[in-house]
Design a protein around this ligand. Structure first.
Ligand code: NDP
Length: 498
């Protein structure tokens, strides 16, 4: 086992040395799985810890605990104000342990520390605070039925959907766990959470904070292990009422299949091939910086990454030059190096897959304006890459690469921009860069994407629903819609006797 990076705090060292990996019914239980999950630091490629995965018996126990806590009303029967207080407390505890959580995020996922400290950890805390506010605002309505001859009263009510399986990816494990846990808890659900086996540490620490915040035993259960074993067991189990999943479209298909036994409710937040559309009337320097941030942030491992950059021909050369300069100026480095501007990819396997797609695009005729190569040395670094003329049929243009690879194409007018932007199986996000307000409005109406940013890209807000058109998913996270994904609507018709 390699030694931990020197700058880690004593708290983080102690946590990594002693972390136990199954939270079941309020206890941290020894896992029954026989193999080992290695925690690999992507900045160095070194294994920094190893854990046994959950066995299917552990998953069974976790689901049982969630089911019992739900059926006995341990959480959902508390007053909304009491639930709100405890969910708010989770946010406070995240803030209090921001350093440690950010260190774990950087160690496990290779995220530059400043990004984890200033972005992920506060965003996770904010998710809990935002949803704490919803607890006391979950309401229904009344209506007067139009049925003659009877005195009837109609009531609609919102109730928690039941036990929710939460399955999260590796590209933002802390914040993704928060984005699912917070609405589930606000709705009154009990949950079984499975983080990606590539990044388990921050989720486990969050589990400890959740216990400290006074969430009753059995309401939040965490099991670690692979999607194929642990994820599949959660998804198949008839005691689980709902799955909320973020990850790849391929895994989503497996989840749809596995969940059909009891017709589980599904929320699927999947991949994208999001267009960034830059008109020549935009503030071009801002657009270049925004497009660079949209594809090189988190080394491109972001579901809403702006991976297809469409530029009006009259501004094309300037944007292409600007993006190339941005890519060449990005300093790659380990997550704990303060000068790092872009960190590593998550794993050697993922880096190979990114490289294969880039090579295939170049073989198919794309021009390499910047990057396009694996960085020699330790860690899983890949050069920030800009490709031009990849061609509308190339895999670099069509497939989600999930790495720091921008593909660039020109367009002549709004109609062509729109046709190119919408020519994708995905529909998660898009951005439009223009100073013309009517054009921005026309484009935002016509783009087939769940979220459209104007003169910015990739800025989330808890009040703004996010989710996909087409093959980018089912349902929405954030805002009232995100909360409602964990609620059932019940109608009550009551006859009133005189
Ligand atoms: P996956 O979809 O494989 O992983 C996401 C989560 O789902 C992980 O916890 C994984 O477990 C779990 N999982 C995988 N298969 C199943 C299954 N059959 N049943 C239940 N759970 C399952 O994504 P990858 O990590 O492999 O990344 C592959 C690609 O997916 C990326 O390159 C990118 O294109 C896309 N992606 C998109 C994300 C987004 O934010 N929209 C996030 C991450 C990936 P485990 O990993 O432990 O096996």
């Amino acid at each position: 086992m390699a030694s931990l990076p020197p700058r880690l705090s004593d708290e983080t060292r102690a946590f990594v040395a002693n972390a136990k990996n199954n939270l079941i019914a309020g206890e941290w239980r020894k896992p029954g799985g026989s193999s080992s999950i290695d925690c690999i630091d992507p900045s160095t490629g070194e294994t920094v810890a190893a854990f046994a995965p959950a066995s299917t018996n552990d998953v069974d126990a976790a689901i049982d605990a969630a089911r019992r806590s739900f059926d006995t009303g341990a959480w959902r029967s508390l007053t909304p104000a009491e639930r709100a207080k405890r969910i708010w407390r989770i946010g406070e505890l995240i803030d209090a342990h921001r350093q440690e959580l950010s260190e774990l995020e950087s160690l496990d996922g290779g995220k530059p520390f400043a990004a984890a400290f200033n972005g992920e950890a506060p965003a996770a805390a904010e998710a809990f605070r935002y949803h704490a506010g919803w607890c006391t605002k979950i309401d229904g309505g009344t209506f007067k039925p139009s049925i003659g001859g009877l005195d009837l009263e109609g009531v609609t009510r919102l109730e928690p959907v039941g036990v929710a399986g939460l399955i999260t990816p590796w590209n933002g494990p802390l914040v993704m766990a928060a984005w699912k846990l917070a609405p589930a808890l606000a709705a009154g659900c009990s949950v079984v959470l499975k983080p990606s086996e590539l990044t388990i540490l921050s989720t486990l620490r969050l589990g400890e904070l959740i216990c400290e915040a006074g969430i009753p035993d059995g309401v939040v259960n965490i099991v670690v292990g692979s999607g194929a074993v642990v994820g599949d067991a959660i998804t198949r189990d008839p005691r689980v009422d709902k799955i909320s999943f973020t990850g790849s479209t391929a895994s989503a298909r497996a989840i749809i299949d596995a969940g059909k036994g009891n017709l589980k409710r599904l929320s699927l937040e999947l991949g994208g091939k999001s267009p960034v559309v830059i008109f020549d009337d935009a503030k071009i320097d801002e657009a270049i910086a925004g497009a660079a941030g949209g594809i090189f942030g988190n080394a491109g491992q972001v579901c809403v990454a702006g991976s297809r950059i469409l530029v009006q021909r009259t501004a094309y050369q300037r944007v292409a030059d600007g993006l190339r300069k941005h890519a060449e100026a990005l300093k790659l480095g380990g997550a704990f190096d303060e000068t790092t501007m872009m960190g590593p990819l998550i794993s050697a396997a993922h880096r190979s897959s990114v490289d294969r797609t880039v090579k295939a695009a170049i073989d198919e005729g794309a021009e390499r304006l910047a990057g396009g190569r694996i960085v020699d040395g330790p860690g899983f670094f890949y050069q920030p890459t800009v490709l031009a003329d990849a061609g509308a049929k190339s895999c670099a243009w069509r497939e989600e690469i999930f790495g720091p690879v921008a593909t660039l194409a020109p367009f002549d007018d709004e109609e062509e921009a729109l046709r190119l932007a919408n020519d994708t199986q995905y529909g998660l996000a898009a951005s439009v860069w223009t100073e013309n307000a009517s054009r921005a409005q026309r484009m935002s109406r016509a783009l087939r994407a769940g979220i459209v940013w104007v003169n910015c890209h990739g800025i989330p807000d808890m009040a703004m629903p996010i989710g996909g058109y087409k093959q980018s998913g089912w349902g929405r996270e954030h805002g009232r819609l995100g909360l409602e994904a964990f609620l059932e609507h019940k109608s009550v018709m009551q006859r009133v006797f005189s």
